[in-house]
Design a protein around this ligand. Structure first.
Ligand code: SF4
Length: 86
């Protein structure tokens, strides 16, 4: 798939209702609220984010392949990278 064909999440309409700081605060609150049962271990989480940071598909915190915020996707233990990078 070429880069032009990637679809980016437009963040629905929530971003229209809050400023960027508030939006990201809300995102980090969601990450913090993930239960221990669902949460990846810290080392695994950091390894995943290191991979994302080096990935050409990372765009403004979003994965261009799946449209997820990578920090939220990576914190869920059973989630996978859509390109099998983690
Ligand atoms: S989830 Fe995978 S494809 Fe998406 S930014 Fe991270 S490493 Fe890249």
């Amino acid at each position: 798939m070429s880069e032009e064909n990637f679809r980016f999440c437009k963040k629905c309409l929530t971003r229209d209702m809050m400023d960027k700081d508030e939006y990201f605060k809300s995102l980090h609150e969601m990450i913090a609220a993930v239960s221990e049962e669902e949460r990846a271990l810290d080392d695994l989480y950091e390894d995943r984010l290191s991979t994302c940071k080096e990935c050409e598909r990372l765009f403004d915190g979003l994965c261009a392949a799946c449209g997820c915020y990578v920090e939220l996707r990576a914190v869920i233990r059973n989630n996978r990278c859509p390109y099998d990078k983690w």
